[in-house]
Design a protein around this ligand. Structure first.
Ligand code: HEM
Length: 227
């Protein structure tokens, strides 16, 4: 671009409504599940004038955790479905770097974002290849968390969905082991969220093409140099 001339931007509809809805429902669920899950794992010893049998706050926390887990699970199923029918940016082949240009892009993003040995690199319209792969890993973590959560719930629930996961408990070595894994994965979500939010702000600032607003309105901007 010659000094003093404005850039032209092409407006592209990247994230369709189901992807955006999925994202924000997932965001609320993850926050509620982390906070309520943490309380269940580390119950605070609160002092009340009431007798224990007269209060039910811990039951409410557990109910919140279980109800949110169902919402989280069905929201996740919708996103899996949308990976097959959504637009080119939502589809599953963005999430697993299997084409040579995707592998090149992963290395390029590592050089720019992590090693910082290059000031700028390939700017992709949808997720960059590394982000897509990390989201895929987070989807596997979502699945693991849903399976271990429903497995734990199966011993105290008569509903259909948890009862499908009863076999997981003996497979993983008992209730205690499943609970430890379920707890450990909570920390994955905490770390993921912190790094994810940092990186989307970073890309928004460095690339200046509406990364942040895209997950609300759906549109991104592709810079075209004026000749
Ligand atoms: C304030 C909080 C958050 C903000 C501002 C935010 C922002 C964004 C943005 C801008 C994107 C699109 C990135 C791109 O262009 O490649 C995105 C995608 C994504 N975010 Fe977040 N995010 C937040 C919280 C979370 C949380 C808590 C999770 C889950 C633990 C999460 C999981 C994801 C996933 C899985 C995608 C990929 C979406 C898809 O293709 O389905 N985000 N986020």
């Amino acid at each position: 671009m010659t000094t003093g001339e404005a850039s032209l931007y092409r407006r592209i509809y990247v994230w369709e409504l189901p992807v955006r809805l999925y994202h924000w429902v997932n965001f609320v669920c993850v926050l509620v599940l982390i906070v309520s899950g943490f309380l269940i794992g580390t119950p605070p010893t609160l002092e009340y004038a009431d007798e224990a049998y007269q209060q039910y706050w811990f039951g409410t926390v557990r109910m919140l955790h279980f109800v949110t887990a169902f919402v989280f699970f069905f929201n996740f199923l919708v996103r899996i479905y949308w990976g097959f029918v959504g637009n080119r940016y939502a589809r599953w082949d963005n999430f697993i770097p299997h084409r040579p240009e995707q592998v090149r892009e992963v290395l390029d993003v590592l050089r720019v974002d992590i090693l910082q040995t290059r000031p700028s690199g390939i700017v992709s319209v949808g997720h960059n290849a590394l982000a897509g792969f990390v989201y895929f890993m987070s989807f596997l973590a979502f699945l693991f968390q849903a399976v271990t959560g429903f497995a734990l719930y199966s011993s105290m629930s008569t509903s259909f969905l948890p009862s499908l996961f009863t076999w997981v408990v003996p497979l993983m070595g008992g209730d205690f082991a499943v609970r430890q894994w379920h707890h450990a994965f909570m920390w994955f979500f905490v770390v993921f969220t912190i790094i994810h939010v940092y990186l989307v702000f970073y890309h928004d600032y460095v690339e200046g093409r509406g990364t942040m607003s895209s997950i609300v309105g759906g549109w991104k901007f592709d810079k075209q140099e004026r000749r």
